[in-house]
Write a protein that binds this ligand. Structure first.
Ligand SMILES: Cc1cc2nc3c(=O)[nH]c(=O)nc-3n(C[C@H](O)[C@H](O)[C@H](O)COP(=O)(O)OP(=O)(O)OC[C@H]3O[C@@H](n4cnc5c(N)ncnc54)[C@H](O)[C@@H]3O)c2cc1C
Length: 388
């Protein structure tokens, strides 16, 4: 990339990846870029805030960060839906216009395929979308005791810690509503252990689940729900009856990405050191890629930092930045007002690392700060909304 007129940087998706990337570029090279950030939503909500909605801890209305508050040099936000992406010509069509870019960054996250689990729509509740979290909250509020099944329905899902958090927060919720004694909680997952890259961290989480009376079913794939009998069919001919089924739906790349030619085997392949795709001037970050790292906000953010450094080096003629290291931290709520931190590093060593710190009440505040500092950076002070 050479000096001269500002480069047109088009960022598709204003989630963790898109927000961090536009902020870095605006902070570092505002006069060298014209950043256009596009999102189909009017506002951003942290993924973990959906658990607050689910258990009725905060109303959804308090947790939105409206994009109209973004006021950063060199950045323009557009509330539009991307309908086609041409990676060869770096041309994007939205429901409102056509954009040509010098640099295109796809940060469109992952969508859900509820229909991939027959019966889920009729008799269960996915709680990973905003609307789904509100529906599941109402179902939980109407629940009067019985079997709660939390099912992880696909092999890839956002935030490896979230299913465990959900089970533990639901346990707290039921206890505070006088329903814990009359209820069972089952956590069913296709993964062999809670955090597959660390036996030690997984064993610690499994011990906490057991202590709280949560029945953990690892290596168990839910095939379908039977809405008539309220039974989940699990591979190897097993059945599990439920009164309330809370599902983490099968994830997939957004249709507009699948139609673009960018994806292979369902996700966008990238060079994991720079997040360049195989198309010149086209990058992809976050949940939409098949990079060998978990789908998590902290990870998407780190990837966006890498892309920002690559672009800043190109724009300023600076030295090539170090490759992405796959490091990040993830907070896991364990109920009882305790939070643990899992520090991961996927790419710096021969094998990935996940170390558990806590649980401790101190991490409650650390997690709150983790969210609020990001919201302030992205949306401006006093406007930000993040919660634990
Ligand atoms: C219940 C839950 C708890 C979680 N807890 C944590 C946690 O504690 N820590 C953590 O690090 N991560 C957590 N996550 C995961 C985290 O939210 C995601 O991994 C992260 O948001 C991924 O960032 P991203 O930028 O790739 O995508 P996203 O943040 O999902 O952003 C993608 C954006 O693209 C937009 N978009 C999609 N399609 C279109 C289109 N066609 N046109 C225009 N815009 C479009 C979307 O509206 C969205 O704003 C959690 C997620 C959930 C659901």
């Amino acid at each position: 990339m050479s000096a001269g007129a500002p480069k047109r940087v088009l960022i598709l998706g204003a989630g963790f990846g898109g927000l961090e990337l536009m902020t870095r570029l605006s902070e570092s090279v505002p006069d060298k870029v014209n950043v256009t950030l596009i999102d189909k939503c009017e506002a951003f909500m942290f993924g973990f805030s959906k658990l607050d909605v689910l258990i009725g801890r905060r109303p959804a209305a308090e947790l939105w960060n409206p994009y109209r508050r973004i006021a950063k040099p060199g950045v323009e936000f557009r509330h539009e839906t991307v309908v086609s992406i041409d990676p060869v010509h770096r041309r994007v069509v939205t429901d409102a216009g056509t954009y040509d870019a010098d640099v295109l960054v796809v940060a469109l996250g992952a969508d859900y395929e509820v229909s991939a689990t027959p019966g889920l729509e009729q008799d269960g509740y996915e709680f990973y979308s905003h609307a789904g979290a509100e529906r599941a909250r109402d179902a939980l509020a109407a629940f009067s005791g019985g079997a709660v099944v939390i099912g992880v329905l696909g092999p890839f899902f956002k935030c490896p810690g979230a299913p465990n958090e959900t089970a533990l927060l639901v346990a707290d919720y039921l206890a505070s509503h006088g329903l814990r004694e009359s209820s069972t909680i089952h956590l069913v997952s296709p993964l062999p252990m809670p955090i597959p890259i660390s036996k030690k961290t997984s064993a610690a989480i499994e011990a906490i689940l057991a202590e709280r009376g949560i029945e953990y079913w690892p290596s168990s794939r839910v095939l379908r729900l039977d809405p008539e009998r309220h039974v989940a069919h699990i591979e190897a001919d097993r059945e599990l009856a439920y009164d309330l089924f809370l599902g983490i739906p099968v994830h997939k790349a957004p249709d507009v990405v699948l139609a673009s030619g960018l994806a292979e085997d369902g996700w966008i392949p990238v060079d994991p050191t720079t997040f360049a795709t195989r198309y010149e001037g086209v990058f992809a970050v976050g949940d939409v890629t098949s990079a060998p790292v978990p789908r998590a906000g902290g990870i998407a953010e780190g990837e966006a930092v890498t892309v920002a450094e690559v672009l800043i080096a190109q724009l300023t003629g600076g030295a090539e930045p170090p490759p992405y290291d796959g490091a990040g931290a993830c907070y896991v709520e364990l109920g009882g007002n305790l939070v643990a931190r899992i520090d991961v590093n996927f790419l710096s060593y021969d094998t990935p690392v996940a170390k558990l710190a806590g649980p401790s009440a101190d991490f409650v505040e650390e997690k709150r700060r983790w969210g609020s500092t990001r919201a302030e950076r992205w949306f401006g002070e006093a406007n930000s909304r993040a919660d634990v």
